[in-house]
Design a protein around this ligand. Structure first.
Ligand SMILES: Nc1ncnc2c1ncn2[C@@H]1O[C@H](COP(=O)(O)OP(=O)(O)OP(=O)(O)O)[C@@H](O)[C@H]1O
Ligand SMILES: [Mg+2]
Length: 339
């Protein structure tokens, strides 16, 4: 970064659960998409990791907000505060002047024009001069190392916090896709309500997420079994503390009704894939990205349902931002970027 390089380039994955930013080929921000604001003044108190620590533990003066819901901006002001704050964290010290920002930012494939506009406005208000956008499944495919411009069918499934997106890609375009609002957040809610209904114990969102990460599974039998998870919470009947031991099989059971919806969405896309591309997908396999790809046995479950090979992208939580970074580098070459 030289004295006169006045354009800073950023690749941004503005996710429902996590916001990740790449600058100069390196990940410079990777934090939860949360802000904490003062209820009275509306001023920012904390963002990212610091705000997540406060989530579920606030009092009347402070509230925490997750600005995105189901993959799209739900609270425009909070989204803008967050994006601005995250961009500030990127170190601009190599510059003598404030650089002008060139950004590539990703959006869900099912976005409406209004939703796309909201992302663009947020990015521009946060300082973006030249803002380009890329559809998330395209970014996930690039991040998984696939040659998206080839005349060849590639299929990707990105299971994030808010949405699961399934797409078949060929010749630099999305041939067919499906997006559903069943993803990590819904899995977390499933666990929370299962523990309450089956065991009469109340647990918070963060605890439920910890359980999901520790013993989350998509099949009731795994080759490598994680250790049981011990959780303590108030009994809903007595308000006294109760302790419970959860196995991965029990969690797989609690997630079943949501996993079935993901299975169905995958089948729906497979039905839409044109035959020539289908043959490529059979040969190349399907790539899983996003934090949901880390649910144990999900690849095996989908393989058993479809008979296709499934691969988990390297570092799946960062596949989309990596792909967005590749798009940024090829900004003049990739025709699928939206300006
Ligand atoms: N090891 C794990 N096992 C299961 N789920 C996980 C694991 N690690 C992270 N997750 C979940 O993955 C989700 C976050 O994934 P990701 O960062 O890909 O989402 P996002 O990009 O922010 O959301 P979206 O793409 O829907 O806007 C969260 O729900 C998180 O709980
Ligand atoms: Mg995502």
């Amino acid at each position: 970064m030289g004295l006169f390089s006045l354009t800073q380039e950023l690749a941004i994955d503005l996710g429902t659960a996590n916001t990740i930013i790449i600058s100069n080929g390196k990940i410079v921000v990777d934090e939860p998409s949360i802000v904490a604001v003062d209820q009275h003044s509306g001023k920012l108190v904390a963002i990212g990791n610091q705000a997540r620590q406060m989530h579920g533990k606030t009092h009347q003066n402070i509230k925490t907000i997750r600005p995105l819901k189901d993959g799209v901006i739900a609270d425009f002001n909070a989204a803008e505060l967050m994006l601005r704050g995250m961009i500030k964290k990127v170190n601009f010290s190599g510059h003598l002047f404030n650089p002008s920002l060139r950004m590539v930012i990703c959006i869900p494939s099912g976005s409406t024009n209004v939703e796309i506009r909201a992302v663009r406005d947020s990015a521009e208000h946060a300082g973006g001069r030249e803002v380009s956008m890329i559809y998330e499944p395209m970014a996930a495919a690039l991040g998984a190392g696939l040659d998206v411009e080839a005349p060849e069918g590639h299929m990707v499934i990105d299971i994030g916090g808010g949405t699961t997106e399934i797409a078949c890609i060929s010749l630099g375009g999305i041939v067919c896709s499906e997006s559903i609002n069943v993803a990590g957040d819904v899995f977390t809610e499933d666990i929370q309500s299962y523990v309450r209904q089956q065991h009469n114990i109340r647990i918070g969102e963060r605890t439920a997420e910890d359980i999901k990460i520790a013993v989350g599974a998509a099949v009731s039998e795994l080759d490598e079994e994680p250790e049981d998870y011990v959780v303590t919470g108030p009994n809903i009947l007595t308000a006294l503390p109760s302790t419970l031991t959860l196995s991965y099989s029990e969690i797989a059971y609690s997630l079943e009704k949501s996993l079935v919806k993901i299975d169905a969405a995958v089948m729906k896309v497979l039905e839409m894939v044109p035959p020539e591309l289908y043959a490529d997908v059979v040969k190349n396999g399907v790539y899983l990205a996003g934090g949901g790809a880390l649910i144990r046995g999900l690849d095996k479950r989908l393989h058993d349902k479809t008979n296709l090979p499934f691969h988990i992208a390297e570092d799946p939580l960062r596949a989309v931002v990596r792909g967005t970074g590749i798009a940024l580098k090829n900004i003049n070459k990739f025709s699928f970027l939206m300006r």
